[in-house]
Design a protein around this ligand. Structure first.
Ligand SMILES: N[C@@H](CCC(=O)N[C@@H](CS)C(=O)NCC(=O)O)C(=O)O
Length: 158
């Protein structure tokens, strides 16, 4: 039987890597993680990464994009899947607001981004059902995507 070796090429602070890692851990997929310096990307990485971005899932000689591994955690039902995809997009926009808030260099931008981030969290609260996960009993992509957003919120509170 052939053995598949999966490496998640990463950066320690990347929230998109965090999503991928959460999915792999939830699915019980064995992998190792390799952090690279994004300011000095290794040549082997640039050779196999179409966008020069992490996360990159390296499976033996092949590489996969974020979308490939994220397909693993969407529900089968088409309507539920479409709803989750919409909220995943929302999660990415939420992360952008949080990131811009944390990195703002002037007060008006910080205030605007903080308000936008807070508003998005309030929208999310309204959309949450009885749980324990976004889609009910099953852990899914919206929950994995939330990891990066909540981490930003934790940093802010620290
Ligand atoms: N989700 C997107 C974005 C990933 C992303 O922006 N990764 C950042 C780190 S968090 C990166 O690799 N930046 C390096 C660069 O843009 O050169 C993707 O996977 O293509």
């Amino acid at each position: 039987m052939s053995e598949t070796h999966i490496t998640l090429v990463s950066h320690p602070l990347c929230p998109f890597v965090q999503r991928a890692e959460i999915v792999l851990l939830e699915k019980g997929v064995p992998f190792d993680r390799l952090n690279i310096h994004l300011a000095a990307k290794p040549a082997w990485f640039l050779d196999i990464s179409p966008n020069g971005k992490v996360p990159l899932l390296r499976v033996r000689q092949q590489d996969g994009t974020e979308a490939v591994i994220f397909e693993m955690m969407y529900p089968r039902d088409a309507l539920a899947r479409a709803r989750q995809r919409g909220w995943v997009e929302f999660g990415t926009a939420t992360l952008a607001d949080a990131w811009q808030f944390l990195n703002a260099t002037d007060r008006p931008t910080a205030d605007a981004k903080q308000a936008a981030f807070r508003h998005r969290l309030q929208q999310l609260e309204v959309a949450l059902g009885s749980g324990p996960y976004f889609n009910g009993a099953a852990f899914g992509m919206v929950d994995a995507v939330g990891g990066g957003d909540y981490r930003c919120r934790t940093i802010h509170r620290a």
